[in-house]
Design a protein around this ligand. Structure first.
Ligand code: TYD
Length: 142
């Protein structure tokens, strides 16, 4: 498994095909992404002031893109935290497994596109922060 630290969660500059009439970003498995995508979903119509996330994943990797508008993502690996603002369609934040994340400060009309390495599986979620801290300390004891 990739080292499960916030320092392994990086912002990728995604390929942009520039055109006078508008741009295209195409994301190919194994070429433009650090994992193979099995699922795509997006968050939209997010009311002002709402928070999303508030959980970690055991195995899932994600690439998160602000395809429209902007929002902040706070990453927490149980020891360190960092907040990243996404506001361009050609930047993607790669989140490795074992990271607690919170999404906040959605601008009006923001769309959060998520490319995910696995299909939806509720068993892969850790939704309780204390459980997350226990899970992380068990991992480091191994
Ligand atoms: P969740 O991942 O907790 O949302 P967020 O992190 O954006 O706040 O998912 C919210 C609900 O949607 C939850 O009941 C599960 C459901 N869901 C699916 O059924 N399939 C999916 O692919 C996703 C991402 C969520």
């Amino acid at each position: 498994m990739t080292d499960s630290s916030i320092y392994n969660c990086n912002v990728f500059a995604l390929p942009k095909i520039h055109n006078r009439a508008g741009n295209i970003t195409a994301l190919n498995n194994s070429v433009d992404l650090p994992f193979d995508t099995e699922r795509v979903y997006y968050l939209y119509d997010i009311p002002g002031g709402e928070l999303r996330g508030g959980h970690a994943h055991k195995e899932l990797q994600q690439m998160i893109v602000a395809v429209s508008g902007s929002f902040d993502i706070t990453l927490d690996d149980g020891q360190n935290k960092k907040t990243i603002s996404l506001n361009r369609s050609y930047y993607g934040l790669h989140i490795v497994p074992g990271i607690w994340r919170e999404l906040s400060n959605f601008s009006s009309g923001a769309i959060c596109l998520v490319l995910a390495s696995h299909k939806y599986d509720e068993d892969d979620y850790i939704r309780n922060y204390n459980e997350f801290l226990n899970y992380k300390s068990l991992l480091t004891c191994k």
